[in-house]
Design a protein around this ligand. Sequence first.
Ligand SMILES: C[S@@+](CC[C@H](N)C(=O)[O-])C[C@H]1O[C@@H](n2cnc3c(N)ncnc32)[C@H](O)[C@@H]1O
Length: 274
Amino acid sequence: MTEEPRFKFGKNWQNFLESISDEQLRNASSALSNLLDAESLEDESFLDAGCGSGIVSLAARQLGAERIHSFDYDKDSVEATRTLHSSSTSADDWTVEQGSLTDADYLSKLGRFDTVYSWGVIHHTGAMWQVAESLPSLINPGGRLVVAIYNDQGTLSSLWRIIKKVYVKSPSPVQLAIAGVYFLLASTARTAKNLITLHSFRRTRSRGMSGWHDAVDWVGGYPFEVASRKQVTDFFESKGFTTEKVLSVGSRQGCNQFVFRAQSSPMAEVQSKQ
Ligand SMILES: C[S@@+](CC[C@H](N)C(=O)[O-])C[C@H]1O[C@@H](n2cnc3c(N)ncnc32)[C@H](O)[C@@H]1O
């Protein structure tokens, strides 16, 4: 079987960390706290599945998470997370390693966590629904599952899949040109929208991210799958989860964000009844 081409997420994350500011780290913490509707994660365990730069693992630690496990398929993402890990003043009980959501053996050794956070990840695994099936077994009874999944825009999503595939197969100068054009178009559109709505230009990006690195991540992010908001809620509700929160992008481009709550009885029992 020929391997699908893949975007080098980790290289992008390493570049991102080179210029990260304290304000971005603070934003990541408050974004996580807002998303979870929790001021503190004290005494909780946190699994950052597909940790990328590691910024959210660090945010979880800043919110007091007691035990953190961060893993990513891409060794450069793992290195990026290790950089933040070693800069943290409290790195105890925070492990960082290479691992894949598509590796059932690996997942079976992880145990269960109070929060499983997999933001913008499962749609890049090349096996989104298979990975979605495996997430419930990682969550403690009563725990949370956070996922963010690209919105299904029909034909537009199919077009983006082609662009992304072209991007990952192209030499670096072409990749830079594609990302540059997209960044300029997206920035111009955002500026025009801000002018029309008199929105503040000084607003920083949520989750502590950066405009350029987000643009590269978007144009390059391949494998690329999408799902509608309903497909995702139906799927996890059929596994016994309650939908606690959905931050929807409507019909627009981007990730719908979901917070699900596991039943207080073990999820394995719920699954075996089906
Ligand atoms: C868009 S980034 C999101 C990073 C991070 N979750 C965040 O919120 O910033 C997607 C990440 O998923 C990782 N990834 C892709 N396939 C994966 C897999 N099979 N197992 C674990 N991580 C994977 C990529 O390497 C990349 O770092």
